[in-house]
Design a protein around this ligand. Structure first.
Ligand code: ADP
Ligand code: MG
Ligand code: ZN
Length: 491
């Protein structure tokens, strides 16, 4: 019933970002992945009685940077509170978080493209600590263990206003927020590994009426999951309401295998947590001078980089978005343009050709290979040359695909293996005599198609080019073949 005109969805997202600090938010333990269980711990993050928290200044700076990038007001004074609940991965019995006095208030995030552009408001951003992890089935009798390495990792919670109305907008919101966080260097942005986690609040109402009862959905670790889970939930709630039912406020889990959300627990209210100010920490004060410095140090933001690339090089929105998604990707691209003589490139097609080449041809091979982007980054000069040769027809589509596949699956450096693979692929057949012969053979083999072409179906020229390519084992110069086919058929 997603199409129902009388019911409209309302979505508000809460995003948790793990901050890339060296140490935890209230102690000196290292923040890192992959240590043996319970080795990056101390009395503070184990929650031993009498241990005292000390706030990590780097986490505060990252919160300030993020707040400024999102247009928030940084609060001169904010307050840490205890959020009390019981769970095995929370040894203190409370999480130190910020309640009604968070570090950032207000702000907005621009999402959507073209006609769908929209500003989604941010409600607040606050600092808090992460909990540990339950490890199920690790004991000798299959018992659950607890790993507290993650306990005390600094988190930034970014709470959005309920300004979104479609699953697509929800995914775009997370995508744009992620891009900003990784460009600021405050989070590694890995949705799959959970260093960026998103909860979606979804309700449905009739426009003009008060907002409906919401459900909060957890456990979505990809854009695809976010879109699917929100779409499912909108449909589920609409279905209930259309039949005169009521929505029960709940926390629900997305089950990607079943493709549905499932009830997890009835939603708790803020007062269930018995928030009270953390007595072991002073109120957090951020000086105006500190904020001014942070503002000056802000890097160019994703939307600004995209605009510049689109304006300077004529990149399409989609390609610019793809490049800017990862800071390393766009930096390498711009570095390569500079090496290739960017000053003279502005007006030429090369920058946009190279960007398209990376996004379409190179990216597919890279994704399949599961190599780090750093490998591509180190081979950009070779790819720059390869892209131009392909573009000029010195390399056919088939040869390019072969070269890329071969190079990406080799264990050597990508740059070297690209060169080796290209040498092995040999040169494209562009000798006019050889091409004419192949064209003549194909024309002789398909008299009916020739008749159809001459009868006005000129679009089947592509068929002849494909056949000539086949005769030449995929190694023909496609541009020349196209001209020769045309020449031969119009004689
Ligand atoms: P809580 O503290 O219980 O999580 P908040 O009032 O802080 O509740 O809201 C949390 C999130 O829920 C915010 O992202 C907000 O945009 C969203 N939200 C609030 N009301 C609704 C609603 N009726 N429909 C959808 N989302 C909502
Ligand atoms: Mg919440
Ligand atoms: Zn510790």
């Amino acid at each position: 019933m997603t199409g129902s005109p009388t019911w409209q969805a309302v979505i508000g997202l809460e995003v948790h970002a793990q901050l890339r600090t060296q140490t935890k938010i209230f102690c000196g333990c290292a923040v890192r992945f992959g240590s043996p269980a319970n080795t990056d711990v101390c009395p503070v993050c184990l929650g031993l009685p009498g241990a005292l928290p000390v706030l990590n200044a780097a986490a505060v700076q990252m919160a300030v940077r993020t707040g400024l990038a999102l247009g928030c007001t940084i609060q001169a004074v904010s307050v840490f509170s205890r959020k009390n609940y019981f769970y095995p991965d929370l040894p203190k019995g409370y999480q130190i978080s910020q309640g009604d006095q968070p570090i950032c208030l207000g702000g907005q995030l621009q999402i959507g493209r073209g006609d769908h552009a929209k500003s989604a408001r941010i409600e607040r951003i606050h600092l808090e600590e992460d909990a540990g992890k339950s490890l199920h089935g690790v004991g000798p009798g299959g018992q659950t263990g607890v790993d507290l390495n993650r306990a005390g990792t600094p988190l930034l919670e970014i709470v959005g206003k309920p300004d979104l109305s479609t699953p697509q907008e929800a995914a775009e919101y997370v995508e744009e927020l992620r891009a900003i966080l990784v460009h600021l260097g405050v989070c590694d942005g890995n949705l799959e590994q959970g260093s960026l986690r998103c909860d979606a609040n979804v309700s449905v109402h009739r426009p003009g009426e008060p907002l409906g009862i919401r459900c909060e959905i957890k456990n979505m670790n990809s854009y695809r999951n976010i879109r699917d889970a929100v779409a499912y939930e909108i449909e589920r709630q609409t279905e209930v309401l259309v039949h005169g039912g009521v929505i029960v406020q709940q926390t629900r889990l997305w089950n990607p295998d079943q493709g549905r959300t499932e009830p997890m627990r009835s939603k708790e209210n803020a007062n269930d947590y018995r928030y009270f100010p953390e007595p072991d920490l002073m109120p957090l004060r951020v000086q105006a001078a500190e904020i001014a410095l942070a503002r000056q140090a802000l890097p160019e933001l994703p939307s600004e980089i995209r605009q510049r690339l689109q304006g300077d090089y004529g990149l399409s929105e989609g390609v610019a978005r793809w490049l800017v998604e990862e800071p390393q990707r766009v930096r390498g691209y711009e570095r390569q343009l500079a090496l290739g003589g960017a000053a003279d490139l502005g007006a030429s097609e090369l920058p946009s050709m190279f960007a398209n080449f990376l996004m379409s041809q190179v990216n597919a091979a890279w994704v399949r290979s599961q190599r780090p982007w750093a490998d591509v980054d180190a081979a950009l000069d070779t790819l720059w040359t390869l892209g131009q040769q392909w573009r000029e027809g010195q390399l056919s589509n088939k040869m390019l695909a072969q070269v890329l596949t071969q190079a990406f699956t080799s264990l050597n450096s990508l740059g070297d293996s690209l060169k080796t693979a290209q040498a092995a692929a040999g040169a494209v057949v562009s000798d006019v005599q050889a091409l004419r012969e192949a064209v003549a053979t194909v024309i002789g083999n398909f008299p009916k198609e020739v008749e159809r072409y001459r009868g006005g179906q000129v679009q089947i020229a592509g068929f002849f080019v494909g056949q000539v390519m086949r005769v030449l084992g995929g190694k023909g110069d496609a541009k020349r073949i196209g001209m020769l086919v045309h020449e031969a058929l119009t004689q």
